[in-house]
Write a protein of this length. Structure first.
Length: 105
């Protein structure tokens, strides 16, 4: 008994659909890994900014107390996020390449 051509062509498309789904999942995983690496770089930069901020002498004249501490922390977060997106530090890229080559993603 001969299998109809429509069934044969449908059978051939299943591996293609599975391959497309696998590629989409791999792309999503790489996107997630890239974001995690960028977030890590931002955290590293923020810690560096905090250490630098501790070296600045606060005279008390313009210090705003606890409100300023919260604002300064949010400001450092913002600076660190922007620096990790636009900097040439390269930590995120290096981590991404290393983790990608190890088969993590």
């Amino acid at each position: 008994m001969e299998i109809p051509a429509t069934i044969r062509s449908a059978d051939r498309s299943v591996p293609a659909a599975e391959e497309a789904a696998r590629r989409a999942t791999a792309t999503q995983d790489q996107t997630k890994l890239k974001k995690a690496c960028t977030d890590f770089e931002a955290l590293f930069i923020k810690q560096m900014f905090k250490a630098m901020d501790k070296t600045v002498e606060h005279t008390g004249l313009l210090d705003g107390g606890m409100a300023e501490e919260y604002f300064r922390d949010m400001l450092l977060d913002s600076y660190a996020d922007e620096a990790s997106k636009t900097s040439k530090l390269g930590i995120a890229e290096m981590m991404f390449r290393q983790l990608s080559s190890k088969g993590i993603v």
